[in-house]
Design a protein around this ligand. Structure first.
Ligand SMILES: [Zn+2]
Length: 358
């Protein structure tokens, strides 16, 4: 199969349809990395450049707030909205400057955070009016704490708005375990960690006529990296969900759903590849890239401890300046390089390296 040709910048609409179909046909998926500011954004874009594959960059609500200044007032989600819009413009400009295609997305949005997504959709409608393309490629709603009926009904209302500006909606069915961004699902009932194929069919029937969706189905996956515990990964749930829709609705392809793997950090290569073979096209990674960013910085601080105790004076002399050790660029770049290396490993595990032309 010839490599998929992509235009640099933000990928959306029909080009994103093609990208997801290509991923399913060639059994590869793209890392979806959480970013919190220019440093992690630039590292993500660089990793995609080196892997010759597009990357999915996503802002969580907390990441959006952080991007605009965590200490500011966030009444009515105003800081989160500003951080999300500013981040989108930064990603777009830097991706275009370096010739890299990027899918731009927002992560989990529970019911109480809907004003954040409302603000981003308003900005997206404005952007679409001026430019003919959306600001983001896609948003996620995570209404997995609501009833299935509410989850589907609210998702449908949002999808109607997103469809008009060529955007995707990611929904969550079942609950991702663990804890992330202040949402703690560590004590959730185990049965909720496994999505029912019937629920997936109901969501597919209600939403696919309205617009473009991706589905985060739970198959025992958890946010964060924990000691292997009592929850088993069961990727066959993904396979059964696809098969149910294919057989019930006679869809043209055997993998009608574009699936999302949440809590990818800490997964084995084999588990990843199995999930990808069942139609996972988006693989969320956060904890592993956080570690990859922070660890080299800890090493730097440890190794240069004697140069970081005061602005003047180190083992080479009491009057020697320490400016070049103190400069945050000296150690932030090490975090960025750590993150780039970890993301390149993810591209490789996801079978995406060198499969694209841009
Ligand atoms: Zn998640």
């Amino acid at each position: 199969m010839t490599k998929l040709k992509l235009k640099p910048g933000i990928v959306s609409g029909t080009q994103l349809d093609e990208l997801f179909e290509y991923c399913k046909e060639t059994q590869c998926a793209l890392p979806a990395v959480n970013v919190i500011g220019s440093s992690s954004i630039n590292a993500a874009i660089r990793s995609a450049r080196e892997a010759n594959a597009p990357i999915i960059i996503q802002f969580s609500n907390g990441g959006s707030v952080f991007n605009a200044g965590k200490y500011f007032d966030n009444t009515d989600q105003k800081t989160a909205i500003a951080g999300g819009i500013a981040g989108a413009h930064h990603v777009r400009l830097i991706a275009e400057a370096h010739g890299v295609p990027v899918v731009l997305h927002t992560d989990h949005c529970a019911r109480k955070l809907l004003p954040w997504i409302d603000g981003l959709i308003e900005a997206g409608q404005q952007y679409y009016k001026q430019n003919g393309v959306p600001l983001y490629s896609s948003h996620m709603l995570d209404l997995s704490e609501e009833t299935l009926e509410d989850n589907i009904a609210i998702s449908k209302r949002y999808l109607e708005r997103l469809a008009k500006i060529d955007m995707y909606l990611e929904i969550e069915l079942g609950v991702t375990g663990g804890e992330e961004d202040g949402v703690d699902n560590t004590d959730v009932d185990n049965s909720k960690l496994y999505t029912q194929p019937d629920d997936v069919l109901a969501a597919y029937d209600a939403l696919s006529p309205v617009g473009r969706i991706t589905v985060a189905a739970s198959f025992g996956n958890t946010h964060g990296v924990y000691k292997p515990g009592n929850v088993q990964l069961r990727p066959d749930i993904l396979k059964h969900s696809q098969a149910r829709i294919y057989s019930e609705r006679k869809t043209p392809t055997e993998k009608p759903l574009s699936l999302v793997f949440h809590g990818g950090s800490g997964s084995s290569e084999k588990e990843i590849q199995q999930a990808v073979s069942y139609g996972v096209i988006k693989f969320n990674i956060d904890t592993d890239t956080q570690w990859a960013f922070t660890h080299p910085i800890k090493k730097y601080m440890d190794e240069n401890d004697a140069y970081l105790r005061s602005q003047i004076g180190n083992p080479e002399g009491d009057d020697k300046p320490n400016k070049k050790y103190i400069d945050p660029r000296a150690w932030m770049v090490l975090g960025e390089k750590g993150m780039i290396a970890r993301l390149k490993e993810a591209f490789s595990h996801l079978n995406a390296t060198d499969k694209f032309d841009f």
